[in-house]
Design a binder for this molecule. Structure first.
Ligand SMILES: [Zn+2]
Ligand SMILES: [Zn+2]
Length: 577
């Protein structure tokens, strides 16, 4: 049976360029039309953070070469951003020049995007189309309707995508929170109505597919924070994700209720508070002080809210823990609340900061000891509830690592979904008309932002850097005459390699001996083969260092071939005029 449908038939397809098999770097495409004339709509364009094996990388971006190709880009109707978390919006500014299509988003998300563009120097004329909460618009052949979802940032929107070939619901990140601190709860009425209307495919958040039950409400965290802060006797410091406007509001309210002043430390928080006030999620007259005021406040009179809940070494919390913050100092008996979860990969950095604070005598409180954070993603009972309302024919788990996707797929089948597909990034799935199946594969990958440049992940400089970090480098410089005689002495520089052998000899001498011996072993006449000479020296140096150290460093050989210098002329007095 051929899996592809007839070339002329309209179909609705789904394709992830990032976001499947990982939590981060969300970049999804929906396609409509006959095979060779598919029109596309992109949903989200986010980043992910580098792992420990990616030294020096600032952020990781999805490789969008498939949709950025001339042929496909012509048929891309736009990019819809579901919410302003970095894993959904973070790559828009950098990758937009490759795509140059309108960006659709709700007011808060637009505010966050504009703040990013301003940081970028305002050089980019991104066409932004603001859509109201729950609004409906047309982009190419797609009739797009937003569904408000509760999450940990304002205005998260699921998308109902209606096309003549079929309808899909893309949930984005969501949870069922009857009492979110800000914004509307998840629009369950619209979701139930959609189920009655009938839909083909549900593409849904898998982050908490391994966790039983229901995620607690954001307002419970607010009440818990208020109680904890009320009981505190000395300073209270709270760190959280800067984008969590609801949490910012809860901390502000808790501070006010306990008669304390709120101090804000960290640029990202100031930026979010500004956008939150402009869009009405934080009160226009929200009372807070800048960090310079901190030192004038009495110990029992302050709540300071800081950036850096993930252990980011340049953020406010890390600098406070190191005792290096210009304005905020904590001392024995102060309370520090990590109102956040540890994003996998950041545990060590966070642990280091928490221990530094403990060494200072601060009490550190995290979500393992108290209700100071809740997830923004649906647990299993919430997922089941959604499947009950929507009753799709096809389910595709997204926004999860392999284990989450697999468990979510099982849950969807158990919930009665007839067809559950678990594609990987790059695998194109036909959603409708049925049966759902993987029908094509396109190239995907990761790009690294490395300083001011974007570099490839596989063959780029980071691979070499990883190796450097483990074994160091030895650079050897040798000069030969055209005839093959060595001119002067070889020179060597080593970095990240031990300086001395076990016997106390200089490693540089070990290298120089290896160079001399190798050259001696090559007859002068054969030294015209420069590539051979270079490789022979490289191997010999590597082997000599290995012999002493037990590790093989990166070895680079610079071979200079020099025309025999003319016999020096005696200087004459005229040379010095
Ligand atoms: Zn999110
Ligand atoms: Zn997300």
């Amino acid at each position: 049976m051929a899996l592809t449908s007839a070339a002329g038939e309209d179909e609705l397809v789904f394709l992830a360029l990032g976001g499947l098999g990982e939590i981060g770097m969300n970049a999804y495409l929906y396609g409509f039309g006959p095979k060779r004339e598919r029109q596309w709509l992109m949903v989200d364009l986010g980043i992910t953070f580098p792992g420990e094996s990616e030294p020096g990388v600032d952020v990781v971006l999805p490789d969008v070469q498939f949709i950025a190709s001339e042929a496909e880009r012509q048929r891309l109707a736009g990019i819809v951003i579901t919410h302003a978390h970095e894993d959904h919006i973070g790559a828009v500014v950098e990758l937009w020049p490759k795509l140059q299509v309108p960006v659709y988003a709700t007011p808060f998300t637009v505010g966050m995007l504009r703040a990013k563009l301003a940081q970028f120097g305002g050089r980019l004329a991104v066409e932004i189309i603001e859509v109201p909460l729950g609004g409906r618009f047309t982009a190419g052949p797609f009739d797009v309707e937003l569904v408000s979802m509760a999450h940990s940032i304002p205005e998260t929107s699921g998308l109902i995508l209606r096309t003549p070939a079929g309808t899909a619901l893309h949930t984005s990140d969501w949870k069922l929170d009857p009492e979110p601190v800000i914004g509307p709860p998840t629009d369950t009425t619209k979701l139930a109505a959609l189920g009655d209307e009938g839909i083909d495919a549900l593409i849904c958040d898998s982050t908490n597919a391994l966790r039983e039950g229901v995620s607690p409400s954001e307002s419970k965290v607010g009440r818990s924070l208020a109680e904890i802060i009320k009981k505190a006797t000395n300073r209270v410091a709270v760190t959280t994700f800067a984008s969590n406007v609801g949490r910012i509001k809860a901390v502000a309210e808790a501070a006010r209720a306990s008669g304390r002043k709120l101090v804000i430390a960290g640029r990202a928080l100031h930026r979010v508070i500004e956008v939150g006030r402009e869009t009405g999620y934080l009160p226009e007259d929200m009372q807070y002080l800048d960090q310079q005021e901190f030192k004038y406040l009495d110990r029992s009179d302050v709540v300071v809210l800081l950036t850096g809940s993930q252990g980011e070494y340049r953020a406010a919390m890390a600098r406070v823990a190191e005792g290096e913050h210009p304005d905020v100092q904590l001392a024995k008996g102060d309370l520090v609340i990590f109102s956040s979860r540890n994003i996998p990969g950041n545990e060590k950095a966070i642990g280091r900061i928490q221990n530094k604070l403990a060494e200072m005598g601060c009490d550190v409180l995290t979500d393992t000891e108290a209700l100071v954070h809740v997830t923004g993603h649906p647990r299993r009972d919430e997922l089941k509830e959604l499947y009950g309302w929507v009753r799709p024919k096809v389910a595709i788990p997204m926004h999860g690592e392999a284990r989450h996707l697999r468990e979510h797929a099982r849950l969807a089948s158990a919930a009665g979904v007839p067809s559950v597909v678990t594609p990987l990034n790059g695998e194109m799935v036909r959603l409708a008309p049925g049966p759902a199946a993987v029908i094509d594969k396109v190239p995907t990958g990761r790009l690294f932002r490395d300083g001011r440049l974007i570099v490839p992940s596989d063959e780029g400089p980071v691979r070499e850097r990883r190796k450097l970090s483990a074994v160091g480098i030895a650079v050897v410089s040798v000069a030969l005459s055209r005839r093959g005689a060595m001119i002067g002495e070889a020179d060597v520089a080593i970095d990240g390699v031990p300086f001395e052998t076990e016997d106390g000899d200089a490693m540089e001498d070990v290298v120089l001996d290896a160079v001399d011996n190798t050259l001696e072993s090559i007859p002068v006449a054969r030294r015209k083969d420069h590539e051979m000479v270079r490789e022979a020296i490289r191997r010999a140096v590597r082997a000599a260092i290995y012999e002493e150290w037990g590790k093989k460093p990166i070895v680079k050989v610079l071979l200079h071939v020099i025309d025999q210098a003319p016999t020096p002329r005696r200087p004459s007095p005229g040379d010095f005029e």
